[in-house]
Design a binder for this molecule. Structure first.
Ligand code: SF4
Ligand code: ZN
Length: 310
């Protein structure tokens, strides 16, 4: 590590291997803040009179994005922020993050909406997992997407900000490429062209690596809850995380390249928008033809035996 920050005479606290920079704490936070602002501008996150929903799980990324976006939009009097939290019903994991989120939203004076799987879908995730052979993350991911979109619509938000960082984004791009899932790659946020029925997603931390969001959380005094989701090890994403860590170690900048690849290729992929309609059961957007389209969330609830058949 160099003895001085590249921009001042303070000691550096972080070396950004992919760009060769040594930065002190102030200049590091300044850099991340600028990136967030730049992404928000490019992704049209701030618009006059708009309510911005922020998906806050209580994890470090979501709390960092909440703090930074709140700071950036504070001067805009006609833009409101709403924190949206989904309680999946995971014993021993979710309750402590709810306490942290409640504390921070109160401290920042941000409106907080909390919804839960039990009320939305009839059961906690823990019960669904016990009664099904499906992987917990497959159930959780589909239902959380559905729940967040519903929460954002109910709170009248024009955009939904998520805390996805560079590692999350690069893993998803790599996963889609290795599975040749072109349509999923095309649907990956941020959403620049609105899709009817879906609140567009904005990801201001998408160019910031996970180690840096962690460092931001420490420097900003954001409490980091140490619990890990008990189902996390079943996530297939872990395989892609390991591949990418190795690739980044050997070729710094690999994650940025994957993100750039997505940005170049995404506008060239035809979306099939003409088939977007509303789920006949819950009203959520569904990309399907047919007379009675049903969304992935409702199909999943059927598989779990808790769907609402008409
Ligand atoms: Fe849900 Fe899986 Fe994440 Fe746990 S690790 S919160 S089950 S997606
Ligand atoms: Zn549905």
């Amino acid at each position: 590590m160099a003895s001085k920050c590249d921009r001042c005479s303070e000691p550096p606290i972080h070396f950004l291997r992919y760009s060769g920079q040594h930065l002190c704490s102030d200049h590091f936070l300044d850099l991340v803040g600028r990136r967030v602002k730049k992404e928000m501008r490019a992704q049209h996150t701030i618009e006059k009179g708009r309510r911005i929903g922020i998906a806050v799980s209580g994890g470090k990324d979501s709390l960092v994005v909440l703090r930074m976006v709140n700071e950036i939009v504070r001067p805009f009097r006609d833009v409101d922020i709403v924190a949206l939290t989904i309680d999946e019903g995971i014993a021993g994991y979710r309750p402590s993050s709810l306490d942290i989120t409640g504390g921070i939203t109160k401290e920042l004076g941000v409106e907080w909406h909390l919804s839960d799987y039990r009320n939305l879908f009839g059961k906690d995730l823990d019960d669904m997992v016990k009664e099904s052979d499906m992987g917990p993350c497959s159930i959780c991911g589909i239902l959380r997407r559905n729940a967040l979109n519903r929460a954002a619509k109910e709170a009248d938000c024009g955009v939904l900000v998520t805390g996805h960082n560079l590692d999350d984004m690069a893993q998803t791009v790599l996963m889609n490429v290795m599975q040749a899932d072109v349509q999923r790659l095309a649907r990956l946020g941020p959403h620049m062209d609105p899709i009817p029925g879906l609140i567009p997603r904005s990801m201001p931390l998408r160019t910031t690596p996970e180690t840096e969001t962690y460092l931001c959380a420490l420097l900003l005094g954001i409490p980091i809850h140490g619990e890990e989701c008990p189902y996390a090890e079943t996530a297939k994403r872990g395989h892609y995380r390991d591949l990418l860590l190795k690739a980044e170690e050997e070729t710094p900048g690999t994650r940025h390249s994957l993100l750039k690849f997505r940005d170049h290729i995404s506008p060239l992929i035809p979306r099939g928008r003409s088939h977007v309609s509303s789920c006949t059961r819950c009203g959520e957007a569904v990309v399907e033809k047919g007379e009675k389209p049903i969304c992935r969330g409702c199909l999943l609830l059927d598989e779990l035996g808790i769907g609402k058949e008409e």
